[in-house]
Design a protein around this ligand. Structure first.
Ligand SMILES: Cc1cc2nc3c(=O)[nH]c(=O)nc-3n(C[C@H](O)[C@H](O)[C@H](O)COP(=O)(O)O)c2cc1C
Length: 163
């Protein structure tokens, strides 16, 4: 039998495991772990990330109006944990972790080269109903390691060892 739980503060499970990379107006790059990530629309393709204003990345997304959602592989757990527990306000996390990046092809934000999937987004709308600012991003480009694509160029999700 179910009982009513007193604490209403929860997150839907399972929480998506994403790393959002971004760039500020001066060209400084950063990345953070984001669990508030969701599908928004198929046509036009849009996804959403929720970032608290207290995160260093927040002003970066505001400034450049774009971000990249990177889906990490299981062997990137160490970098994932670090990016989710240290702030770019205090250090260059990407350099510290030795993470390889490349420029987005469609937006002004870095792509984490070693994540099997990276999704470039431009912000079309943002709302802040509570703790997190929800940035709705139009999907401008999707990158996937060649080894996970079938002959038609579709992503074979079941073959990727996502975290
Ligand atoms: C599993 C996990 C999920 C997280 N989800 C979010 C999130 O959805 N939004 C957010 O603003 N911070 C989230 N964080 C916290 C940030 O990743 C963390 O505070 C990070 O250090 C912020 O980096 P920054 O200050 O360089 O932007 C999450 C952390 C972890 C470990």
């Amino acid at each position: 039998m179910k009982k009513i739980v007193d604490n209403k503060v929860l997150t839907l499970q399972p929480v998506p495991q994403t790393i959002v990379s971004c760039r500020d107006a001066q060209g400084k790059d950063n990345a953070l772990v984001v669990g508030f990530a969701a599908n928004v629309s198929l046509n036009p393709p849009m996804i959403m990330v929720g970032i608290m204003p207290s995160r260093y990345s927040h002003h970066m997304v505001k400034e450049t109006g774009c971000f990249v959602v990177n889906l990490p592989a299981k062997d990137q757990k160490e970098a994932y944990d670090y990016l989710g527990s240290h702030s770019g306000a205090n250090e260059d996390k990407l350099a510290k972790l030795g993470l390889k990046t490349e420029n987005g092809t469609a937006v002004n934000a870095p792509i984490l080269s070693n994540c099997p999937v990276s999704i470039e987004c431009s912000v079309v709308e943002s709302i802040k109903p509570g703790t997190h600012e929800l940035f709705i991003g139009l999907v401008e480009a999707v990158h996937c390691d060649e080894q996970y694509l079938d002959e038609q160029g579709n992503i074979q999700w079941d073959r990727i060892n996502l975290l």
